[in-house]
Structure formats: C-alpha cells, structure tokens
Design a protein around this ligand. Sequence first.
Ligand SMILES: *Cc1c(COP(=O)(O)O)cnc(C)c1O
Length: 227
Amino acid sequence: MSVARQLACVKNCLPEGTVLVAVSKTHPVEAIREAYEVGQRIFGESRPQELLAKYEALPRDIEWHMIGHLQTNKVKYIAPFVRLIHSVDSARLAETIQREASKCGRTIDILLEIRVADEETKSGWDIGGLMDYLRSAPFALMPNVCVRGVMGIATHTDDAGIVARDFAELRRCFELLRPHFGARFDTLSMGMSHDYRLALAQGATMVRIGSLIFGERDYSGQAGCGA
Ligand SMILES: *Cc1c(COP(=O)(O)O)cnc(C)c1O
C-alpha cells in the first residue's frame, strides 16, 4: 500500500484532536514528500544529522520533531528549526537546549522523557529524581525552553497488561508534573505502531507512528542500534 493510503488508514483510527507524529527516520525524502502532499505536516526523526538533511531538502512548513536520544553536542544541529524535542532526559540536556535556543533567538518546546519500562536500555528520567530536580524551579532559569509535557516508551512486550500499566504510569507522571508548569503543559506523547491503541486508551494526546505509515525500516548498513 502507498504511504498516502497507510497514512489515511492510521488517521482514521485516531480520535479527533490526537496529534500524529509521522516517524520518518531511515525513510527517504520521497516518502516524506508523499505524506506531505496529502497534508501531513509533523514528522519525527531520531538522528540530528538526518533530521537536518531532511529539513534542508523539504518544504519549510514541516514541523520537525526530535524523538530519539539526543547527545548534548548535537543540539546545535537542530536548534535553529526543531519544533519539539521529545527526548529530554537530563538536566544537562535541558540546559544545553536553553543555551543553543538562546543563541538562535528562539524558544524551543520540549517534553520530559520519563522511564517507565522494565528495561535498562530505555532512557528517561526516573520520576523521583525529576521531582527533586524540579524543587529548585530550574526551568525558571531557562527562558528559551518551554516544557510542553511528557514522553515515554512502554516495555517492549506482547503482554498488553504490562504495556497498559506503563502508559498508565506515564499518565500519572503527566498529571503529577502538570502543576509545576503553565497552561502550555498539554502534551502526553506515547504510543508507537504496535501499541498506540493502548496509549490512546490511557490518554495519549500525541502518538508517534512510523512503520504503520512508511513500512518496516531497513537498518542494514547502519551501526546496530536496532528498531
Ligand atoms: C522509531 C520510534 C517510533 C516509531 O516506531 P514505529 O514502531 O515504527 O511506529 C516512535 N517513538 C520513538 C521514540 C522511536 O524511536
């Protein structure tokens, strides 16, 4: 099936108001253009250099989201244009984004990535550590960073009960954090191709869907980070 048709299918399954991030990592510019031509404007990527190259090759009204783990020394590649960084998992990264955003004269929207999965490999804040960090009101000192909400990834398992538990925990963290931020704290980014229905059932406002739209990714020839 074509990208346009897969995209239409996915959109049909989303409740009114849910934001769809079309995750285009590893897929070529032509595939993104196909989705763009049928109206998709929000795309997610997980490598800064790939994101920058696609930004340069494609129309300027695309909203680019950074969804993958971000090293502080790579923030500079995307700071001039990125619309939302989902994967802010440390104080150091938030402070780096503040610095780079200020250099560009921009405010950058971010999500706080929280670790809920049972897997050591997943990144993100531990909610206790994040609450401690927030006690000193650090974001008041970051005028070029706007915290818009929470992002997370569920445990990779076929057990729907565990996945639902992880999403419920993300929802709880979202509600717990909300009073620390202003009215613009409105985004709960959770759910991917294989588990977005469970995420929606737990209150996701934004889903990140790649393979259901663009097909399976081919990582051959790349350093083995896996899907
Ligand atoms: C790749 C990726 C997705 C999309 O995964 P699919 O299974 O292709 O839908 C979503 N979120 C993050 C953080 C990703 O890295």
